[in-house]
Design a protein around this ligand. Structure first.
Ligand code: PMP
Length: 426
């Protein structure tokens, strides 16, 4: 089929993310991807500044990941996980326990980030049900968050970004703190810390858990905050008998400069969600980890099982490629890459502060953000970046990048130039 025929069929039948149907904007047709580059049907190549929604940390067609996948496909692509098990999933679970903060001991493998948040919430609600605290079924989070598009995760997304008004009466009504004060290196706002303690204490009888994205709030607005607020959450939840969930689906596997963002705070949550970069962006898989206390609590209940079991749970292909992807991180070389990218992003984006309409420029790890005082003109921004050989997908008032760790300094310079050019026209 020609590219024109494919795009006509796409327009006719394919529903794209966050898009109306029929769609209004024709997507770009990708035919291949290799290293940090996407190849389009018209022969153009674009440097991927998005790592395919933050997942392809090692880039595309990585020899080690390709080999892991092919080798596993030669043995078995899938078997059900109920009553059966296999080495790729067992090894992955053990590795995740080893590399995540101390205390997380059990691993529930599932299909996507949103499902891992569903599982995390189910674990927390069931824990308190099992222990006889029937009223503890609400969640507390802070504004500006994003935890996925299925219904329970939506209930803890930022109420405006998550369109809570559209879903009033459908979504469970959760409790919200204001967004954490901005700035990874800003001084701690003691009044916010007090508010954390007071809110957790006041609602402890009805709260099952607090759930937040540590250090970086991603799709809710690309905001960074001081790790001290995570310590405050840990202290408050521990003091008042509430569980703490960290959603590291976006921040996990090195993106913020530490392997897991929780490390910035030196805090272990009771439950941890991982996804996205878990398989190096090759296949959909996520994981929910929990402590022995959470697992033991659940197993004391009338229903001592966690009633969840996706068809493709523990998929061997995804597990094998996840093992290979985590294997690539284990020598620690990613730290040098992320540090190098961080400083290249800082110097490349510095001049964006002078662009009219830019209100903030911020960088943390391999994340660069240029925030405007108005909604991004998507068509103009996309034109500006693709003309410069770069792929970015801005949202709301944000131009941002999360490049693969193997992007070299020339690639990063192209990305930052494209972001500055987009800021001028968008
Ligand atoms: N939590 C966070 C922090 C995320 O960034 C995302 C995805 N952007 C999700 C949950 C949902 O993951 P998925 O899209 O794989 O369902």
């Amino acid at each position: 089929m020609t590219a024109e025929e494919l795009l006509a069929l796409d327009a006719e039948h394919v529903w794209h993310p966050y898009a109306p149907m029929p769609g209004r904007v024709s997507p770009l047709l990708v035919t291949e991807a290799s290293g940090v580059r996407l190849r389009l049907s018209d022969g153009r190549e674009l440097i991927d500044g998005m790592s395919s929604w933050w997942s392809a940390i090692h880039g595309y067609r990585h020899p080690a990941l390709d080999a892991a996948l092919t080798e596993q496909a030669g043995r078995m692509s899938h078997v059900m996980f109920g009553g059966l098990t296999h080495e790729p999933a067992i090894r992955l679970a053990r590795t995740l326990v080893d590399i995540t903060p101390d205390g997380l001991h059990h691993v529930f493998l599932c299909d996507s980030g949103s499902v891992s948040v569903e599982v995390a919430i189910k674990m927390c609600l069931q824990y308190w049900q099992s222990l006889g605290h029937k009223a503890k079924r609400r969640l507390l989070t802070w504004r500006g968050g994003y935890h996925g598009d299925t219904f329970h995760p939506m209930s803890v997304c930022d109420p405006e970004g998550g369109m809570h008004s559209l879903w009033r009466g459908v979504l469970p009504e959760q409790l919200f703190l204001p967004a954490p004060p901005p700035g990874f290196e800003a001084t701690i706002d003691e009044s916010y810390v007090e508010q954390i303690h007071a809110t957790v204490e006041r609602h402890a009888d009805e709260l099952a858990a607090v759930i937040v994205e540590p250090v970086v709030q991603g799709a809710g607005g690309m905001r960074f905050h001081h790790p001290g607020y995570l310590r405050a959450l840990r202290e408050a939840t521990e003091a008042h008998g509430v569980l703490l969930v960290f959603d590291e689906i976006a921040t996990g596997f090195g993106r913020t400069g530490r392997l897991f963002a929780a490390e910035h705070a030196g805090v272990t949550p009771d439950v941890l969600c991982l996804g996205k970069a878990l398989t190096g962006g090759y296949l959909t898989m996520a994981a929910t980890l929990c402590t022995q206390d959470v697992a033991r609590g659940i197993s004391k209940g009338e229903l001592p099982v966690l009633a969840h079991g996706p068809t493709f749970m523990g998929n061997p292909l995804a597990s094998a490629v996840a093992n290979a992807s985590v294997g690539l991180l284990r020598d620690g070389g990613w730290q040098t890459d992320v540090r190098r990218i961080e400083s290249a992003l800082r110097s490349g984006l510095e001049c964006a502060v002078d662009v009219p309409g830019v209100v903030d420029v911020r960088v943390l790890g391999a994340i660069g953000v240029v925030q405007l005082d108005h909604e991004v003109d998507m068509a103009a921004a996309t034109r500006a970046v693709t003309e410069r050989g770069v792929w970015l997908r801005p949202f709301r008032d944000m131009l941002y990048c999360m490049p693969p760790y193997l992007a070299d300094n020339t690639d990063i310079a192209a990305i930052t130039d494209a972001m500055v050019a987009a800021a001028v026209v968008a």
